[in-house]
Design a protein around this ligand. Structure first.
Ligand code: ADP
Ligand code: ZN
Length: 531
């Protein structure tokens, strides 16, 4: 057929088909691309996985000259460039991992006009030699990736980003596009200001995925809970189940298969051939369930993933959002389902404690986990919490499509229960110079004469049996929530419970402790079931 007369839009679309092999643009991609192709500046806020890269890659291909991409992710540059080259895009990079000769080759290619895209680390733009090199070639656009790194208040601040305002000064006629997945209003303002882009058009994609129903259920027997979720709500449908360890991936896949669900495992311990085979089956077939570690999902673009289930707690809200975001790309009703319990909190806290990294790394990991726990423990709309985390407001009435909206959880005054737990922890710590985990605390509260209670004379403690008003499950819920609220902490490799500075305010009766009631059984409501 004869195509209509070419313009910026159709050329962009032609590039999308020809180079990247995709049918249609997503959401705002086309508008952003046309704006930049026409020479405009843009600030783009889009969730991770939303498709930011094409927003500068296609304009770089359509406009004459080389697109210069500033990215702090040096470790990924080689992969990005390799992936582009595999598509026939002439891409290169200059960073500190290269030796002199490699750099010279890239520089020569740039000067000869043989590059469509050139990736640079931000620190290189502080060097006069780099600026000089750039001014000797032809530049089609500047893309500033991870633009929130310019924010001094953000968690990823990079001083080198501050010097990027020089780009607008030295190349006033070259369009600039700043991109980020961090959407707080303050960050947004700061990007515009510090990169000196007052005339930029702003494209703010919503982080909301209205067709995904968010549900977090109390963990009892997670594999069985998962099985009934699948059987009751998504029999024969495709989905992803995330587990933390390779071992639990294997066991869960086996369990599902034994129970008549078509499921395969996927983790980094499997050989490349098996992994590729499982991945391509998932993409090709209807209704396959992949049980995976987080290694699975990068670049997976299957539209009809009906559910994403988590059997273990993700380490951060960003991770949770990204993983659950693989559900329902086709816009049809889908579910993000997670089973979550006390052991998740203890395990993740232990991992951070015993993991690598310096103190500030640990603090950041802790803060990420705390935000994730707050999402799990909230009595309010999950979607509202999730969007608030990314800096977006959501109407206060609740979304009507998450578990807390569908069945609002009850809260109760847990002050006395909290005091009982904390004083038990305190007694064990003080009097015995021995530290114990959650199981022992609950046994003592319930007045159980287990072997371990007898062995340490814990039946002699004044707190022995003071907690018979609650069940074991309820006590575990109390401990979990105290951990999530920072009123209790985990120490060492055995998951020992210890007090925090904030514990004192509870023990001294200076504050109340509202707790969420443990739901008697998992919520199974769905607003709209796909057939
Ligand atoms: P981000 O940088 O926003 O995290 P990416 O640019 O890496 O996201 O894109 C995420 C995934 O979506 C990639 O696998 C990409 O190829 C794919 N993708 C992006 N745009 C489209 C599109 N229009 N059609 C299909 N897939 C797309
Ligand atoms: Zn809601």
């Amino acid at each position: 057929g004869v195509m209509p007369a070419p313009n910026g839009g159709s050329e962009a679309r032609a590039t999308l088909h020809r180079v990247f092999g995709y049918e249609t643009f997503r959401d705002e991609q086309e508008e952003i691309i046309e704006h930049v192709v026409a020479g405009g500046d843009a600030v783009v806020l889009m969730p991770t996985g939303g498709g930011k890269s094409l927003c500068y890659q296609i304009p770089a291909l359509v406009r004459p000259g080389t697109g210069v991409v500033v990215s702090p992710l040096i470790a990924l540059m080689q992969d990005q460039v390799d992936a582009l080259r595999a598509l026939g895009v002439r891409a290169g990079f200059v960073n500190s991992t290269q030796d002199f000769d490699e750099r010279r080759v890239m520089e020569a290619e740039f000067l000869a006009g043989e590059l469509d895209l050139l990736y640079l680390a931000p620190e290189r733009l502080r060097l006069e030699s780099t600026l000089d090199l750039l001014s000797r070639g032809k530049i089609s656009l500047f893309a500033i990736d991870e633009a929130h790194c310019v924010s001094q208040w953000g968690h990823d601040f990079r001083p080198d980003y501050l010097s990027l305002s020089v780009l607008g000064e030295r190349w006033p006629d070259v369009p600039r596009i700043a991109l980020t997945a961090t959407a707080t209003h303050a960050t947004h303002q700061e990007i515009t200001q510090r990169l000196n882009m007052p005339g930029a058009r702003h494209f703010v994609a919503s982080f909301d995925r209205p067709n995904i129903q968010y549900r977090i259920v109390p963990k009892a027997d997670p594999k069985k809970q998962l099985l009934s979720f699948l059987r009751e709500e998504y029999p024969g449908e495709a989905g992803i189940v995330y587990c933390l360890s390779r071992n639990s991936v294997e066991k869960t896949a086996e369990f599902l298969t034994r129970n008549g669900i078509d499921a395969v495992p996927y983790h980094a311990g499997l050989d490349a051939g098996t992994r590729a085979a499982h991945q391509s089956r998932f993409l090709r077939e209807d209704g396959l369930v992949v049980v995976a570690t987080i290694a699975f999902g990068m670049g997976i673009d299957k539209p009809d993933v009906r559910f994403v289930a988590h059997l273990d707690l993700p380490k951060s809200v960003e991770g949770y959002y990204q993983e659950t975001g693989r559900a329902g790309r086709d816009g049809l009703p889908s579910t993000a389902w997670m089973a979550y319990g006390l052991n998740d909190v203890i395990q993740q806290r232990k991992l951070i404690q015993s993991g690598e990294g310096d103190e500030s790394f640990r603090r950041r990991a802790q803060a990420h986990l705390d935000a994730m726990l707050a999402l799990c423990e909230t009595a309010q709309c999950r979607r509202g919490r999730l969007l608030a985390y990314f800096g977006q407001d959501f109407e206060t009435g609740g979304c009507g499509n998450c578990d807390t909206c569908l069945v609002p959880p009850e809260t109760w005054d847990g002050t006395i229960a909290a005091q009982k737990v904390l004083s038990t922890v305190w007694r064990l710590d003080r009097e015995r110079r021995q530290k114990f985990g959650a199981v022992q605390i609950v046994d003592i509260l319930l007045g159980r004469r287990t072997a371990k209670v007898i062995q340490f004379d814990h039946d002699q403690l004044s707190v022995f049996g003071i907690g018979e008003e609650l069940t074991e499950g309820e006590w575990r819920g109390v401990i979990r929530q105290l951990l999530a609220q920072g009123l209790l902490a985990v120490e060492g490799e055995y998951g020992t419970l210890v007090l925090t500075e904030a514990s004192g305010t509870v023990l001294r009766r200076e504050r109340e402790v509202p707790l969420r009631k443990e739901p008697p059984k998992p919520v199974v409501a769905r607003s709209a079931a796909p057939k």
